[in-house]
Write a protein of this length. Sequence first.
Lengths: 230, 166
Amino acid sequence: LNDPKRLLEEGPTELERSLLSAVAAEQPSSEHRMRVREAMGLADAGGPASATRTASSSTGKMVMVGVVGAGAVAALLLLGRARQAAPAPIAPAPQEVPAAPVVPEVSPATAAPEAPPAVEPSDPAVAPRATHRTSVAAPSASSDIREQIRLIDEARSAVAAHDAASALRTLDQYRSKFPGGALDQEATVLRIEALDQRGDHAQAASMARAFLARNPASAHATRLQRIAAQ
Amino acid sequence: MFNEHHDFIWRLLRRLGVSREKADDASQNVFLVATGRVDSIQPGSERAFLFGTALRVARAHQRTERRWLLDDEMDSRRSEASKPDKVVEQRMAVDLMDRVLHTMDLDLRTAFVLFELEGLSTPEIAALADIPLGTAASRLRRAREQFRETVAQFENEKKRAAGSQS
């Protein structure tokens, strides 16, 4: 199987070139990189090495940054008018898609925690902003994720120690604090295992089957198949 | 892991439908999840882990941000006045591209973004998305066809609009 040529190499139309070029130039702000590094505990690791790096993609190498044809602008304005006339979304409703690819060991996020309103949105279409709000950390988002991870790890340890009661207490705590949280899928898997350990085999099997029906390609599938077969 | 993959993940989230306002926090969350799971990520699988996490985050945003296109457009118009023309044009082109991408389902969009914008090969896409090579190639082919059809529709509408004004 040979790859086709990229569209930019294939003689794109003016509008196609404009659109492909425009998104290739869009990058996260330096301020955002710094913020994530801080949140990850990497703030003192020598600064953001990628801050000045341009897109490594072939597109990034091929296009002139910031070159946007008039066709794109005209088409956008046209589309804007069309949307005013017919406010329904142009896109079809998101379709149910297969489960995410299997990732090693865990299937972390099923939903992103809501962004804290205090965080100023970045403007990635413009390279590093002129106005800086340094250290605009997102403490609630960061601490939420850390707390979610702590609770899930605690529940996992309890399951590993066959302490089902403790695991279920921790998972109840997780569910009440983070309904639909980023690690909700992992919490469900641990709950199924804890219920099974506690002797609630029927409930565990029922939940396992429902989970597998919803997430057939989950990284947890193998672990749950035994319980589902009960 | 951060230096090598952060910008890729941020761009991926944006192109998969996460709005400008949410992209920073979404990418931060992806890396915080990875930080918390660093011991269980097998060496060499970092990008696959981040990709899988980003895909889930993008799906979640897709469910909660049905109105992001309109909101983005309104925000964009409010802030246009203070920016140079080039920046405004750039931003409008990005918005239009996102609308074109939004007409594709997430699987096709992912294949298109990885190939056309991130420069991955079809085998790399298949490996990253954990799908057969033929599936990756098929998704890419359909995505490219859909992209060209949608852009052509826009161009035709533009011509018709220009014709009716003259």
